[in-house]
Design a protein around this ligand. Sequence first.
Ligand code: HEC
Length: 154
Amino acid sequence: MWKKIALVSLGVWLLTLGFSAYFFIKGAGKTGDDGRLAVTLAREERNLVLAEMRQLLAGVQTILEAITNNDMKVVERTASSLGMKAAADVNPALMAKLPLDFKSTGMSVHGRFDELSLKVHGGMGKDEVLKEVSDIMLTCVGCHQAYRLDEADE
Ligand code: HEC
């Protein structure tokens, strides 16, 4: 009898765990009135993600300016600053709300800036760096077309 109850509660517990893991990985989202997938975040979470976005924009501008100044050291350093270390603090509550595709696309952008930094370190030429930046920015454009961030009503 007790063994049965223990087994059933273990089953329920595992099921709950499975569901939370599923939602944690998958995240959530609904289609907004402009056709983009709206991801609803708490005010501070949205501010955190948008601050990271502004850092990306400022970094891209610094890289373009440094290329025109032939300052590849600055290009290398700035690209590295936009790498994995710039990913928003991995807060489990925030991660659970972001759709899986959003997280993987975001991470791939950070990963590509790390790669770019290494390539510049290895002597990549200006033209190729420009091409690479333009290519990375296609991902910025694609994600902005697919998603928007809404603020949850308090
Ligand atoms: C994984 C998806 C994703 C990627 C990749 C991404 N963004 Fe964003 N970004 C967003 C979303 C969503 C918003 C909010 C848009 C809205 O709510 O209308 C946003 C907002 C912004 C904003 C506005 C910030 C503010 O203060 O309102 C800037 C600037 C920005 N992104 C720059 C960039 C740049 C530059 C890149 C590429 C280097 C980039 N983003 C890559 C999803 C992304």
